[in-house]
Design a protein around this ligand. Structure first.
Ligand SMILES: NC(=O)c1ccc[n+]([C@@H]2O[C@H](COP(=O)([O-])OP(=O)(O)OC[C@H]3O[C@@H](n4cnc5c(N)ncnc54)[C@H](O)[C@@H]3O)[C@@H](O)[C@H]2O)c1
Length: 441
C-alpha cells in the first residue's frame, strides 16, 4: 500500500507539530505533499524546519492552488490548521473533492458555518475528524474508563473550572483570537475542548445552555488595573521593555520566522499589547448546561489566573470522582514573556511545576487515589503524540473501532461547538438557549 498523501492548510504554529508527525515520525505511512497558506513566508519557515529534521520539503500552494490539487486527486487527506474563521471553507473544500479532512478545533466559529460543514459531510465520501487532542490525554482516558465502569454510578452533575494563566491566557489577547469574528471567543476557541470532554465523558449531548461572560482583565481594563504600558505592539516599543505581558518576537527564532519576518506580507501582528483596544472576546465566563441524559454542568473559565490547570468533579449516584490537574503552579518571571510551552528553558522551566490527582470517593468508603501512566507535561499532557500516532501511525487507526471512542467526527465537533455558540447567544440575549433552536445535531 502506498503512503497516504497529506496537505496542511494554515502553516502557523500548530502546523509544526503535525508537519513533524507526518514528515518525520510517520514518514513510513504518510507523505506531506504540501503546505497551503495565504502567507508564503510562513510556509518557507516550515520547509526550513523540515530540512533541519532531514525531511524533504513540501510544495507551497496558495488556497486557489490547493483547490485545484484537491480536485485533481493529488491529496488523500487535508489537514486544517488555519485561523478558526477559515476552517469551514477548507473543510467544505476537502469534502467537496471527496477527500478525508482532519481539522483543528474549534471545528468552526458560528452556527451557519457549522450547518454548512454538516451538510457537506452528509453529501461526501470524505470523512471529518476533529482533533480533540485532550481526549488522548491519559488522565482523561482514565476518567472515561472510570465513568464507563460505573465507579460512581449515574452522573447527576459536573462541576468544571478551567484556569488559564497570565502567560497562556494572555496570548489569546495579542492576535486574531481577540476578535470574536475570528475565533468565536473563548467559549468556542478554548472551551470547545472542555465541552467536548464532558460530552465524551458522559456520552451526552447538550440540551439547554445559559451563560454569562465579561471582559474583566484584558483590553482597556488594563488601565483600570494599572497594567497598561500604553503601546500598541511590543516590537520596537520602548514601553514594552518592562511589561511582563509583552511578547518579544525577536527573542525567539520560531516567533521571528513565523511572524516577525512574515508580517510584511499580510500585516498579521502577533505581539499586540493585551491591553490595547479592540478586544471583543471575554476573559471570564460562567456557563450552566443541561444535557440530554439529565445531567447538569456548572463551568467556569478564567483567562487571567496566576496558575494554570483545571478541576473537574462528577457527582454520581454512587459517589464522587474528582480530577485535579496543575499544568503550571505559577508563571515564573523569566518565562512570563514567552509563549507557553514553547520556550521554557533552564531555571524558568524548573521553577514551575505541575501534577495531578484523580480521586474516587464512593459512599461509605475511604477515598481512593487512581494513578495513571503515560501522563507528561509535554504536548497537552502527552496527548499530541498519542493522537498523531492514532491519526497517522500503525494501521492509520483513524476510523478503526476504538474502545474509548476517542476519534471525534463532525457531529462531535458540532456538539461541543454548540455549547459555546449557545453560550455566546445566551450572553448576548441574557436568556437560556435551547441548542436545537440553533441547530439540530
Ligand atoms: N488542539 C490544540 O491543542 C491546538 C493548539 C494550538 C492551536 N490549535 C488550533 O490550530 C489552529 C491554528 O492556530 P495557530 O496557533 O497555529 O495560529 P497561527 O496564527 O500561528 O497560524 C494560522 C495560520 O493560518 C493562516 N491563514 C490565515 N488565513 C488563511 C486563509 N484564508 N487561508 C489559509 N491560511 C490562512 C495564517 O497565515 C497562519 O499561517 C487554530 O484553529 C487553533 O485553534 C489547536
Amino acid at each position: 500500500m502506498g503512503r497516504r498523501r497529506y496537505a496542511i492548510v494554515g502553516a502557523g504554529a500548530r502546523a509544526r507539530m503535525f508537519a513533524r508527525a507526518l514528515a518525520v515520525d510517520h514518514a513510513d505511512r504518510a507523505e506531506l505533499v504540501a503546505f497551503a497558506d495565504v502567507n508564503p513566508v510562513r510556509m518557507e519557515a516550515h520547509n526550513r524546519w523540515l530540512k533541519e529534521l532531514g525531511a524533504p520539503p513540501a510544495a507551497m500552494w496558495t488556497p486557489a492552488e490547493l483547490a485545484d490539487h484537491l480536485a485533481a486527486g493529488d491529496v488523500d487527506t487535508l489537514l486544517v490548521t488555519s485561523v478558526d474563521r477559515t476552517h469551514d471553507e477548507y473543510i467544505v473544500m476537502g469534502l467537496t473533492a471527496g477527500v478525508d479532512v482532519i481539522t483543528e478545533k474549534p471545528m468552526t466559529t458560528d452556527v451557519e458555518r457549522c450547518r454548512r460543514i454538516l451538510a457537506a459531510a452528509d453529501g461526501s465520501a470524505g470523512r471529518v475528524t476533529v482533533t480533540f487532542n485532550y481526549r488522548y490525554n491519559p488522565l482523561h482516558e482514565k476518567v472515561r474508563e472510570l465513568l464507563a465502569a460505573n465507579a460512581i454510578g449515574q452522573v447527576g452533575s459536573v462541576h468544571f473550572e478551567w484556569l488559564l494563566d497570565v502567560r497562556h491566557g494572555a496570548d489569546y489577547f495579542r492576535r486574531w483570537h481577540r476578535d470574536k469574528a475570528d475565533s468565536g471567543g473563548l467559549l468556542v476557541h478554548k472551551a470547545t475542548h472542555h465541552f467536548d470532554l464532558v460530552n465524551w465523558w458522559l456520552g451526552a449531548r447538550p440540551d439547554v445552555v445559559y451563560a454569562s461572560g465579561m471582559l474583566f482583565f484584558y483590553g482597556e481594563n488594563g488601565a483600570r488595573h494599572g497594567y497598561d504600558h500604553g503601546y500598541e505592539r511590543a516590537h520596537g516599543a520602548a514601553a514594552a521593555a518592562d511589561d511582563p505581558f509583552a511578547l518579544e518576537l525577536a527573542a525567539s527564532p520560531e516567533l521571528r520566522q513565523l511572524y516577525l519576518d512574515a508580517e510584511r506580507m499580510d500585516g498579521y501582528y502577533r505581539d499586540r499589547s493585551v491591553f490595547a483596544p479592540g478586544v471583543t472576546i471575554e476573559d471570564d465566563l460562567s456557563v450552566l448546561v443541561r444535557y440530554d441524559t439529565g445531567a447538569r454542568m456548572t463551568y467556569h473559565l478564567t483567562a487571567y489566573a496566576p496558575w494554570e490547570g483545571y478541576r473537574v468533579a462528577f457527582n454520581g449516584s454512587k459517589g464522587r470522582l474528582e480530577l485535579d490537574v496543575v499544568e503550571n503552579d505559577h508563571v515564573s518571571p523569566a518565562g512570563a514573556r514567552e509563549v507557553k510551552g514553547a520556550q521554557l528553558h533552564g531555571e524558568a522551566a524548573a521553577a514551575e511545576s505541575g501534577g495531578y490527582s484523580i480521586t474516587v470517593r464512593p459512599f461509605w468508603e475511604p477515598p481512593r487515589q487512581v494513578t495513571v501512566s503515560g501522563h507528561s507535561r509535554q504536548g497537552h499532557g502527552g496527548a499530541d503524540v498519542r493522537m498523531t500516532h492514532v491519526l497517522f501511525g500503525d494501521g492509520a487507526g483513524l476510523h478503526q473501532p476504538d474502545a474509548l471512542g476517542r476519534a471525534a467526527t463532525e457531529r462531535d465537533g458540532a456538539a461541543s461547538l454548540m455549547v459555546g455558540l449557545a453560550g455566546n447567544e445566551s450572553i448576548r440575549t441574557g436568556a437560556p438557549v435551547r441548542v436545537s433552536d440553533l441547530l439540530e445535531i
